[in-house]
Write a protein that binds this ligand. Structure first.
Ligand SMILES: [Zn+2]
Length: 210
């Protein structure tokens, strides 16, 4: 399975508990970051944002036992056009995931919205070949009405550690909001902490950790 994120950190905040649940069950999980958190576009090899943030992403993946992948876009410069639709779809075609998670399209960060469109287009062009779920992240996601929940109570400390691996991104500011969200989603589904998802109405389901 693949969890796509607009930036290093997004998959960990929105799906970190579910990723840990999957990898504990022995599943192969890749985290596909749309960019490397660059400060400049295009970024040189010494771009401090890219250097620091790639290392943080690799550390977060180690904590969750996932594999990092990076799409060749730039932070805050997401492009959605025919060639980038095709470029992104080829990444998913090569990876052959059975399940893909991405940002919900109504989101206050344009990179998140762009990624959501890229994944959705790939899903359609690939004939609905993978199960498609949307996730929520922090203060950016709006109008999100979940269809599915995953109990992350037992792995919440690992989600927290993976989020805090992104030390350059002020986790003390952002993590409490995500913990509030997973507590709220847990209250709605009978768990201490849960991550919530919207399954595309035309997607198959049933592949979340039970
Ligand atoms: Zn982001």
């Amino acid at each position: 399975m693949i969890v796509c994120g607009g930036h290093p950190g997004d998959p960990e905040y929105g799906c970190g508990g579910t990723i840990a649940r999957y990898t504990d069950l022995g599943h192969d999980v890749a985290i596909l970051y749309m960019n490397r958190g660059e400060k400049h576009c295009p970024a040189g090899p010494d771009d401090p944002g890219a250097t620091v943030r790639v290392a943080e992403a690799r550390r977060a993946c180690e904590i969750l036992k996932a594999r990092p992948l990076f799409a060749p876009q730039c932070d805050a410069h997401a492009i959605v056009d025919n060639s980038h639709y095709d470029e992104f779809r080829r990444i998913l075609e090569d990876a052959k995931p059975d399940v893909v998670f991405t940002h919900w399209p109504i989101d206050e960060h344009r990179d998140h919205t762009a990624l959501s469109l890229l994944v959705h287009d790939s899903w359609m062009k690939m004939g609905h070949k993978f199960v498609l779920y949307y996730y929520e992240v922090g203060e950016d996601t709006l109008m999100f009405a979940p269809t599915d929940y995953v109990d992350i109570s037992a792995v919440e400390p690992r989600r927290r550690a993976a989020c805090y691996a992104h030390a350059s991104q002020t986790p003390d500011r952002f993590y409490p909001k995500q913990a509030l969200i997973s507590g709220f989603r847990g209250a709605a589904s009978g768990f201490a902490h849960a991550e919530a998802f919207v399954r595309h109405i035309r997607s198959a389901g049933g592949l979340l950790p039970g």
